[in-house]
Design a protein around this ligand. Structure first.
Ligand code: ADP
Ligand code: MG
Length: 616
């Protein structure tokens, strides 16, 4: 048989390598920014168009390249950063694989302008599909500017896989933030389309965080500092009460390189033990410095995962450093499970007048009668009986009759006959109606067995329908603020707010006219407590960006969903019997009481049969 193996042509090999290095526009951004940093720049501009699809440009004022260097730089395995294999263990630069420019040049159109300090004329290089199309002298400032246009122009399959400009831009922003956080000694700017989103002056890590994530960060950060033989740890952690449901503001930098490490993340979480609400993750910006020969960076093409020599020791040191900071800065538990629940305002009283659970008494009730509820007599007139929850309670009256000294009762959501406020019976009656299980579920009796309701999902549904009603009503219920609120948002966040403006106004938000933007909030939807507004807006922005999947819904519906999520009762919240009842009432007055706005089941029934089976 004839020999079959051939060496691949250079440009094919580069395209294959590009598959690993360049996954999306954000990967190009990362590589170009890192090259600019390695070139010793102190000012770096990033310009992006259409989420990086049509243009990614990085302009730096670093050492630049000679003509020969420029031509070589786009070859594979061409690097000025290492010479021999041992150098791999003393890496002080971001790059060293010599692959990035070759990979990018293989799958995009690349324009490079560069000039060193010694030269008066620089170089212009034009590359497309891995081939140099032009190389000429050019007048250009000291430093390097690289433009990458039409990413994946020659690989339609990959180009089609790119997400919307918005999504791709979000990834780019993430890379930009990572790099900018690690190098507060460098001035960075970011332009998207025609807007300047960031201009970050040279500063320190703390200020850099504030510039990137907004002034609100100032009060949230707690410094961390620890120095041992194996590692030096610096940076900041966020106070536990600002921990978020979704991940996002968790940053580890090892020798100023952003890395991902589930193991170290665990160490931090571990240190926060007992301080976090369920399912929340604290923010952190932690800088670890270790001897370069104690890590291996070359285990992943994008270099975001690295191997530590002694990970366990690092884990222990990190955990104790974070713990120490939390203790030293007197960050106390936010959750006080032992607090007297009677002192807490039940959720239902926060946003409306108190509703008193009702009892209806059917004095003519006969337990042997087939359909007691329809006999009318003393019974509550049920307005929306078919769709409503009280149908579930039907048939229970007889039993209550036996247990409850000749009185049948029912909790009513609509019309009323008699109130429950009859001295001491109140407490005993409500206690029979429902229990909270694990501070998560409400358990109550229905005619077929036990009804188990997820309190958080139920509350989401209730709020969601109220918000929807708000939008569809002519005038949304708005509460004017005595003192307008000026939330601190950076430009990127404000862009998101701008996108939500229409539905926000429909929902009852009002913004000051004179400022022209969304800088000043003058009124809030009645359902949003003033004290919560910053937290709610924060969550909204965060989720609006993340839940692109909700894009199929109208903007108003999306906003209603997110608000219901942000304001809903958390799991872990103690509910007194009143609140449990109010929630049950509200839930079953909803149009769709079975599913949460996020399509999760709200309640389930454990039938008597099932219970019996369990006890067999
Ligand atoms: P690596 O960064 O791994 O060395 P790259 O393909 O990213 O590989 O870059 C190849 C070489 O091109 C670098 O080693 C560097 O010498 C040069 N280079 C790339 N970008 C710049 C820049 N912005 N300024 C100066 N030199 C650069
Ligand atoms: Mg590089």
């Amino acid at each position: 048989m004839a020999d079959r193996i051939q060496l691949l042509p250079e440009h094919v090999a580069n395209q294959i390598a590009a598959g690993e290095v360049v996954q999306r526009p954000a990967s190009v951004v990362k590589e170009l920014l890192e090259n600019a940093i390695d070139a010793g720049s102190d000012e770096i501009q990033l310009v992006v168009k259409e989420g990086g699809r049509s243009l990614i440009q990085v302009i730096d004022n670093g050492i630049g390249m000679s003509r020969t260097d420029a031509e070589l730089s786009i070859q594979r395995h061409a690097t000025s950063k290492i010479r021999k294999a041992e150098d791999l263990f003393h890496i002080l630069t971001k790059g060293f694989r010599g692959e990035a420019l070759a990979s990018i040049g293989a799958i995009a159109q690349l324009d490079l302008n560069s000039r060193t300090d010694e030269e008066s004329l620089g170089t212009h290089l034009k590359v497309a599909g891995g081939r140099i199309e032009a190389s000429e002298e050019a007048v250009t400032p000291k430093g390097t500017s690289i433009s990458v246009k039409n990413l994946f122009f020659n690989i339609p399959a990959r180009r089609n896989f790119l997400k919307s400009a918005k999504v791709e831009f979000r990834h780019i922003l993430e890379e930009f933030q990572r790099v900018a956080l690690a190098h507060s000694d460098i001035c960075f700017s970011l332009h998207h389309n025609t807007n300047e989103l960031f201009h970050l002056p040279v500063s320190n890590p703390r200020k850099r965080i504030v510039h990137l994530f907004g002034n609100k960060m100032k009060s949230r950060l707690v410094p961390v500092a620890e120095e041992t033989k194996v590692v030096r740890i610096g940076g900041f952690i966020c106070k536990p009460e600002f921990a978020k449901k979704s991940r996002g503001e968790q940053y580890f930098f090892v020798n100023n390189r952003f890395i991902k490490s589930a193991y170290l993340h665990h160490a931090v979480l571990n240190a926060y033990e007992g301080l976090l609400r369920a399912d929340t993750v604290p923010g952190y910006f932690l800088f670890l410095e270790v001897p370069p020969d104690s890590i291996d960076i070359n285990i992943h093409p994008t270099k975001t995962e690295i191997k530590f020599e002694d990970e366990q020791t690092l884990y222990a040191i990190l955990r104790s450093a974070v713990k120490h900071s939390l203790g030293q800065f007197n960050v106390r538990p936010v959750l006080d499970f032992d607090s007297d629940q009677n002192l807490e305002t039940p959720y239902s009283f926060k946003d409306r007048e108190a509703v008193i659970p009702r009892v209806a008494v059917d004095r003519n009730f006969n337990p042997f009668h087939n359909s007691p509820a329809t006999t009318g007599s003393g019974f509550v007139s049920r307005k929306h009986k078919e769709s409503s929850w009280e149908v579930l309670y039907e048939g229970l009256q007889g039993e209550e009759n036996r247990a409850g000294e000749g009185k049948e009762w029912i909790v009513e959501s609509g019309e009323r006959e008699e109130t429950l406020f009859e001295g001491d019976t109140l407490q005993s009656l409500t206690e029979v109606i429902s229990f909270q299980v694990d501070r998560k579920y409400i358990l109550t009796r229905v005619k077929t067995g036990l009804l188990l309701i997820d309190q958080r999902r139920a509350h989401q549904r209730v709020l969601y329908e109220k918000f929807l009603k708000n939008i569809s009503g002519k005038e949304a219920a708005s509460q004017a603020l005595l003192f307008p609120i000026r939330p601190e948002f950076n430009r990127a966040e404000r862009e998101v707010l701008e996108a939500m403006r229409g539905p926000m106004i429909a929902m009852g938000f009002r913004f000051a006219e004179n400022t022209g933007g969304l800088h000043e909030i003058t009124a809030l939807p009645a359902l949003i407590p003033e004290s919560e507004v910053e937290k709610v807006l924060d969550g909204l922005i965060e989720h609006w960006q993340q839940h692109e999947g909700l894009g199929e819904y109208s903007a108003g519906d999306r906003l209603a969903k997110l608000l219901s999520q942000a304001l809903s009762l958390p799991h872990g919240k103690v509910l007194d019997p009143f609140s449990q009842q109010a929630l049950i009432n509200d839930l079953f007055a909803c149009k769709e009481a079975g599913l949460s706005p996020f399509n999760k089941r709200i309640h389930t029934t454990l039938t008597v049969e099932e219970l019996e089976n369990k006890l067999r």
